[in-house]
Design a binder for this molecule. Structure first.
Ligand code: AMP
Length: 195
């Protein structure tokens, strides 16, 4: 299964992806996690990305694409993937299309978790207290939500027009949301299992 999970920061993509990877037996590839690992390791790329991430801005398309390309080349991604945090703008949609066409691995499904902003603000505040991620500071979350509305919402519109988008209500318990995602995926899951 080759799946993109869309949703605002704090919509629960990461949490749901961690479960989906077990159910679908494919790796969870989060560009945010890849970037945070580069920052933690102090690589030149990580040093470049750190300030941009802490300010809640988007890291350059070229840097993120390079990282993603390397990750998709690894053995475990040959069976498929759950992509979380990418694509985040229309240029990345095009880059992903081109990359996957080159790899002969087109996307099979795009799921968007729909969560109202007031719920997002509450969730990210809790995460800020629990994990201390600088970009979960309430001021930065507001900035990230504005960037999401401006740059990432058109990504969902693009996939909606292409007919691949499934919208799932992201408000509820982890189990409820997980069940909704599986139900939304079921035709694609079945097609993937038959291959
Ligand atoms: P996330 O964990 O997906 O919320 O990502 C955390 C931060 O990493 C974002 O606020 C961006 O600064 C950066 N980032 C993650 N994915 C991307 C992407 N696809 N394009 C640009 N920046 C990204």
């Amino acid at each position: 299964m080759r799946l993109v999970l869309l949703g605002a920061p704090g919509s629960g993509k990461g949490t749901q992806a961690a479960r989906l990877k077990v159910a679908l037996e494919v790796p969870h590839i989060s560009t945010g996690d890849l970037l945070r690992a580069a920052v933690a390791a102090g690589t030149p790329l990580g040093l470049k990305a750190k300030a941009v991430m802490e300010a809640g801005q988007l890291v350059s398309d070229a840097i993120v694409l390079g990282m993603l390309e390397q990750r998709l080349a690894q053995a475990d991604a040959q069976a498929g993937f759950i992509l979380d945090g990418y694509p985040r703008n229309l240029a990345q949609v095009q880059a992903l299309d081109d990359l996957l066409a080159r790899l002969g691995q087109p996307l099979e499904a795009v799921v968007k978790l729909k969560v109202p902003s007031e719920v997002i603000v509450g969730r990210t505040e809790l995460r800020f207290k629990a994990e201390g991620r600088a970009d979960d500071h309430p001021d930065t979350v507001r900035k990230r939500l504005a960037i999401y509305a401006e740059q990432t919402a058109p990504v969902a519109e693009y996939y909606a027009r292409a007919g691949t988008l499934r919208i799932v209500d992201g408000v509820g318990s982890l189990d409820e949301v997980f069940a909704r995602i599986l139900a939304a995926l079921s035709p694609a899951v079945a097609a993937s299992a038959l291959r």
